[in-house]
Design a protein around this ligand. Structure first.
Ligand SMILES: Nc1ncnc2c1ncn2[C@@H]1O[C@H](COP(=O)(O)OP(=O)(O)OP(=O)(O)O)[C@@H](O)[C@H]1O
Ligand SMILES: [Mg+2]
Length: 298
């Protein structure tokens, strides 16, 4: 599995600048010897050039292997959190660390290397329209220097995992919304990144397909990948019963570990619970995603 790169070769920073950064960065609270959180926001604010406040003094941490929902009304700052994490935008205040690395110290030149550790899934899929399912996924490996041998080995595996084996040669416009989203998840996960971010991954699919998408994200989480999902989908969040961080006008107003399902749940049990009889249309098989799973489940 890919891991976060060690700190970029340290570039000499001017004493003044690093002192300023140190003064701005609140002290870390990670016990000695413990693995740092995968995501750590400390007093993070983002004010856009327009004057809009995207995030306001947000502090939270996500540990390795967690599955966390980021919820909140439209404009509350969910996408801002995701965009800050992939270093598409910079905070105006505060410190963001990913696997212990201060994002402020990652130079522009090294951002593409940093991003290799993060899979990102968007509401609008962002697939390449002129490429087949296979090529969309293979492309993610090509751009990160994957060899042809690697591509031939990994792409069919991930397409099987995501239930797309029969759609290899289809173009995105020949797929349903749910299938397109599964391609984008396959593309985000083909490198097995330690962190997966999803911004409204079920925003463009129907409720039944949303369950498949969430099941896939849960399955990915069970391989050890930390997953952060920004969503409006309250029904889904309630059913998943995972940790919820809620934003309101850029502020964190709730951080709740929903402890109701703390026991280890297989993806099959998970899907069964999600498809409660009340929402399952009659005649639909409980577990239509019959692709092989990544791990043995009891
Ligand atoms: N590029 C931008 N320029 C100016 N303001 C922005 C920009 N992007 C976001 N904002 C503002 O920042 C705030 C947070 O926006 P953000 O997109 O993070 O919210 P969100 O929770 O993802 O909303 P939604 O649920 O609608 O996707 C909003 O007030 C928004 O108008
Ligand atoms: Mg958003």
């Amino acid at each position: 599995m890919a891991s976060f790169e060690p700190r970029a070769r340290s570039r000499p920073r001017s004493g003044g600048a690093s002192q300023m950064a140190a003064a701005r960065s609140p002290k870390r609270v990670v016990p000695a010897g413990a693995a740092p959180p995968v995501i750590e926001f400390r007093g993070v604010s983002k004010r856009y050039p327009s004057g809009d406040q995207g995030l306001d003094q947000a502090t939270f941490a996500v540990n390795r292997g967690e599955f966390v929902f980021l919820v909140g009304a439209t404009g509350s700052g969910k996408s801002t959190v995701i965009r800050l994490l992939i270093k598409e935008i910079e905070p105006t205040e505060g410190t963001i660390r990913v696997a212990g690395h201060d994002l402020e110290e990652i130079t522009r030149r090294r951002v593409p290397f940093y991003r290799r550790n993060i899979g990102v899934v968007f509401q609008d899929f962002k697939l390449l329209p002129g490429r087949t399912v296979y090529d969309n996924v293979a492309y993610a490996l090509q751009v990160t220097g994957g060899t042809r041998k690697e591509i031939r080995a990994k792409v069919p595996d991930i397409l099987r995992l995501t239930g797309l084996s029969t759609k290899l040669h289809n173009y995105p416009d020949q797929l349903s919304g749910g299938e397109q989203q599964r391609v984008s998840i396959a593309r985000a996960f083909v490198n097995h990144p330690p962190l997966l971010l999803a911004d409204e991954p079920t925003g463009n699919v129907d409720p039944e397909t949303s369950i498949d998408i969430m099941r896939l994200l849960y399955r990915i989480n069970r391989t050890g990948t930390t997953v952060l999902v920004a969503t409006h989908d309250q029904t889904m969040v309630d059913k998943m019963r995972r940790r919820v961080v809620e934003l309101s006008r850029g502020r964190i107003v709730r951080d709740e570990a929903a402890g109701l399902y703390t026991r280890d749940e297989s993806t099959r049990e998970f899907a069964r619970r999600m498809r409660s009889p009340a929402v399952r249309p009659p005649g639909v098989i409980v577990d239509p995603l019959e692709e092989p799973v990544l791990e043995e489940e009891a």
